[in-house]
Design a protein around this ligand. Structure first.
Ligand SMILES: Nc1ncnc2c1ncn2[C@@H]1O[C@H](COP(=O)(O)OP(=O)(O)OP(=O)(O)O)[C@@H](O)[C@H]1O
Ligand SMILES: N[C@@H](CCO)C(=O)O
Length: 312
């Protein structure tokens, strides 16, 4: 038996919503999983394939085993194929696609004993924070956080005229390194700033006020500290705003930037940002991406690759 799942890229934080806000994007990794009698066969192709171990150390494989362990089932032999379009260690949720994809594919192979909420809890346990994995699972814009033992999430409506420009520098930045530069405490006034911006941002997204959402994307909790790891980040963000973006933020832990644009205004934004980054000595490429509204999907291999939700 074989299953195939498709998982979207995600952009976390959206500026001020550190570890709390995430949005899925129309750029996808695909994972195919087949049970064998014994052993492990692995094939990784596409973006960043040379950076991803094709061994039992692979995050997809670990997620698959996690499901079998949680269900108390014997670990089977596996054939695993991953085809990636999401760049690795660029702040676009590549590791979240691996975690969510591995969990969802294993759950599918086992006959779907776990609900999407169960998968979220397992994904958060693996990733450590919920923003990317919640958006990858459910699609759209998701606010998420742990209250006690439970991970709660709220899906926000996605403004219809939102188009994103993602600008990806040609240098990796691992999340673990980008978290090391964060402070252990921040000034009260910075905390108040971000509380205000997250409130404005969530309210604006919920009511479709794109201009206010863009204006509320400025963050003082993590971006100022991470800037030291990403030369030219400020100049590239400024260039994006000048070229017509409503707001620009670091995507996840970086180094990519995400610009929120009103549909029709996006065209000059990517070139302006890549040019500004080139001026600071960093090569980058840009992509225009719409938000993904569906989240992780099972691809029915037998029915001309039609898409199905994870739970019935
Ligand atoms: N598509 C993938 N398949 C398997 N393993 C992956 C994949 N993407 C990332 N990983 C593993 O996860 C590790 C951590 O990735 P990391 O979280 O730094 O990058 P990211 O997910 O691209 O960034 P972010 O979480 O900021 O969006 C990588 O070093 C790699 O081992
Ligand atoms: N919220 C996370 C996203 C990256 O995984 C961070 O900014 O570190």
């Amino acid at each position: 038996m074989a299953v195939k799942v498709r998982v979207p890229a995600t952009t976390a934080n959206l500026g001020p919503g550190f570890d709390s806000l995430g949005m899925a994007l129309q750029l996808y990794n695909e994972i195919e999983l087949e049970i064998m009698d014994q052993g492990l066969q692995f094939e990784v192709t596409g973006a960043g394939a040379d950076m991803i171990p094709a061994t039992s150390e692979n995050v997809i494989y670990k997620a698959v085993q996690y499901v079998f362990d949680q269900l108390g089932r014997r670990r089977p032999g596996l054939k695993l194929r991953a085809h990636n379009a999401v760049p690795v260690t660029r702040g676009l949720g590549s590791s979240a696609t691996a975690i969510v994809g591995g969990l969802a594919a294993a759950n599918e192979l086992c006959g779907r004993p776990l609900s999407a909420d169960d998968l979220l809890e397992l994904a958060v346990a693996m990733e450590g924070h919920p923003d990317n994995v919640a958006a990858a699972l459910f699609g759209g814009i998701v606010v998420s956080g742990k209250t006690g033992e439970k991970t709660r999430y709220v899906k926000l409506p996605v403004p219809q005229d939102l188009v994103c420009v993602v600008v990806v520098p040609e240098v990796p930045l691992a999340t673990k390194d980008s978290r090391k530069v964060l402070p252990t405490s921040v000034p009260f006034s910075d905390a108040v700033h971000n509380v205000n911006r997250v409130g404005l941002l969530v309210g604006a997204l919920a009511t479709g006020d794109l201009e206010t959402a863009g204006a509320a994307m400025d963050d003082v909790l993590h971006e100022p500290y991470r800037m030291s790891l990403i030369p030219g980040m400020d100049a590239a963000a400024d260039a994006g705003r000048k070229a017509g973006a409503l707001g620009v933020a670091l995507s996840g832990s970086g180094p990519s930037l995400i610009a929120f644009c009103r549909a029709g205004d996006e065209e000059p934004v990517g070139p302006a940002m890549t040019q500004a980054w080139a001026g600071a000595g960093l090569a980058a490429h840009s992509m225009v991406l719409r938000p993904d509204l569906r989240g992780a999907q099972v691809i029915d291999i037998d029915a001309s690759a039609s898409l199905q939700p994870l739970t019935r």
